[in-house]
Design a protein around this ligand. Sequence first.
Ligand code: PGA
Length: 255
Amino acid sequence: MTDFMRTPLFVANWKMNKTIPEALDYAKKFLMLLEPTTSDVFIAPPFTAIEPLSSYFYHAESKVVVGAQNMSDLLDGAFTGEISASMLIDAGAKFVILGHSERRRYFKESHDFINRKAALALNSGLSAIVCTGETKDERAQGLTHDVILKQLSEGLKRIMADEASSLILAYEPIWAIGNSQAATPEDAQAVQAFVRSWVKSQWGEKLAQQIRIVYGGSVTAENAKEFLMEKDIDGLLVGGASLDPKSFSDIINLN
Ligand code: PGA
């Protein structure tokens, strides 16, 4: 079967950075720097900037898409401090990042919790970017595939094939996040090919060809191109280098 053409995807994960004025200032500069592209460009700002940013891009007639970095696994109710899928959609979000390693590690998010969120996000009409990745120790012990397999099989077990079409998977080795020590493109490719083979076993060949699997972990304008040349790397999830409109647009403009 010939490879399905997957639209490249670039996702900015701003984490807990930028006030509303800072986000709008970024958006203005970013649109000036971004060259016309057929790639998909997603930005995940903090919750407070979702509505202002999505309105900004809408009025600028830009196709940059805004989304969230997390959401509740519940529909609504007495859950102080939580935010629901419908609230995110209301604010203009089109996607949500789930199971980021910082959520798993600092907020003790379990596979099952991530699974409930992913099912709810997809049922609500949001695209879900579900993150996977191993620690340095796990890699050293040769456990990378086991860890990823568990994250996929338990974190996505309630997702049916028809819902999985709005799913995006991210491979973000934990040891490569935020420290200027990216994985090699070959290592990332090997894991992402494994992720795609899991998708095939779970939901079939067609979906395995269609689903986008992005790499994240110390991506910069200097190393981005090498990752994108790999067969199973369909885009990039960028943290630190997405905080500056110039470096994020440089990464996309390279493509
Ligand atoms: P980084 O973060 O690009 O700063 O390594 C990536 C991420 O955590 O999504």
